[in-house]
Design a protein around this ligand. Structure first.
Ligand code: FDP
Length: 333
């Protein structure tokens, strides 16, 4: 593993940008500190009284896990004090979170899913934090309006995720490729372990909750059938892998190639995953690594969110595999 720390890497990237003020590096450094605090609790999940639900239900109608609530609190508290953020949006909070006027503020807007895959916490399976960084229009001052935050993913200035797995990893992009860092617990630093990550153009794995087959539309069923059937041009059938934790399924897809799918179904007619805190940041990462992300027909990064918690169908991964899905959806009109 290289000895380059994530801070050194950020400073090097900052030097390449002539207008850099250091605010973005500050933001990422505070995000990294939050991730380390969350990682510490996740790694002790069976030892501390942090397992199980809080008994409450979040804005998405899902049971809030204790660790979910803890991760959300850490991120809101820390990032509000970074001095470079004006507003935040969390998967766990119904409304926009405004940084108090008593604190120094900047132009950045942070959207995050504090602990993605949290229904897996109690069984010691990987979970993660997904983040998206947006910027306020230059010169706009005063309280942040929701309309300013509802930006298409292509306006993100940075995006990524932290994966709390056998080791803790930080994967992010600022629009100059994707880099991965692994936390060395003995020194408490994220070290560059995956430089300039590229997703294979085509994979051998499809990832989907196939239990939803009866509630999918014909196009979604045809996509899965396509990856299961043997083909002549490509090596098929593909293998199926599904953790049920988006960050974990996405991370494997990024490294090995293939496709992750969460199509719309009869219950989740607009898909289950959240556009702003899940699909858009991962779409930026995958595109920067040479892959693609669509909702079936449209590029995820071009979608304008209608609301903070808008949902979207997601097909993300190797470019040729995503193209195969797009072709099927186009045929279905
Ligand atoms: P979870 O409900 O455990 O938080 O976005 C939520 C998410 O997990 C994703 O991490 C995961 O990919 C998906 O939902 C799993 O949904 P299903 O259980 O419906 O397959």
């Amino acid at each position: 593993m290289s000895e380059v720390t994530v801070t050194e890497h950020l400073l090097m990237e900052e030097r390449l940008s002539p207008h850099a003020t250091g605010q973005f590096t500050t933001l990422l450094n505070d995000l990294i500190l939050s991730a380390k605090i969350i990682a510490r609790s996740v790694s002790k999940a069976g030892l501390l009284d942090v397992l199980g639900g809080t008994g409450e239900v979040n804005i998405q109608g899902e049971n809030i896990q204790k660790l979910d609530e803890f991760a959300n609190h850490v991120l809101i508290y820390r990032m509000a004090r970074s001095g470079v953020i004006c507003a935040m949006g969390s998967e766990e909070n119904a409304d926009l979170i405004h940084v108090s006027e008593d604190l120094p503020r900047g132009d950045y807007i942070l959207i995050f899913d504090p602990l993605d895959g949290s229904s897996n916490i109690d069984v010691n399976i990987n979970v993660g934090t997904i983040f998206s960084i947006l910027r306020r229009k230059q010169g706009v001052k005063g309280p942040v309006m929701l309309e300013e935050v509802l930006q298409p993913g292509m306006h993100q200035v940075g995006a990524g995720y932290v994966l709390y797995g056998p080791s803790t990893m930080l994967i992010f992009t600022t629009g100059h490729g994707v880099h991965g860092f692994t936390l060395d617990p003995s020194v408490g630093e994220f070290l560059l372990s995956h430089k300039d990550m590229r997703i294979p153009e085509e994979g051998k794995i499809y990832s989907v909750n196939e239990g939803n087959w009866p509630v999918w539309d014909r196009a979604a069923q045809e996509c899965v059938t396509y990856f299961k059937n043997s083909g002549t041009e490509r090596q098929r059938p593909y293998s199926m892998r599904y953790v049920g934790s988006l960050v974990a399924d996405f991370h494997r897809t990024l490294l090995y190639g293939g496709i992750f799918m969460y199509p719309p179904d009869k219950k989740n007619t607009h898909g289950k995953l959240r556009l702003m805190c899940e699909a858009s940041p991962l779409a930026m990462v995958v595109e920067q690594a040479g892959g693609k992300a669509i909702d079936g027909r449209r590029r995820i990064l071009e979608l304008l969110p209608e609301k903070l918690h808008a949902r979207v169908p997601l097909f993300i991964g190797s470019s040729r595999d995503v193209d195969a899905v797009a072709e099927i959806y186009t045929r279905h009109g």
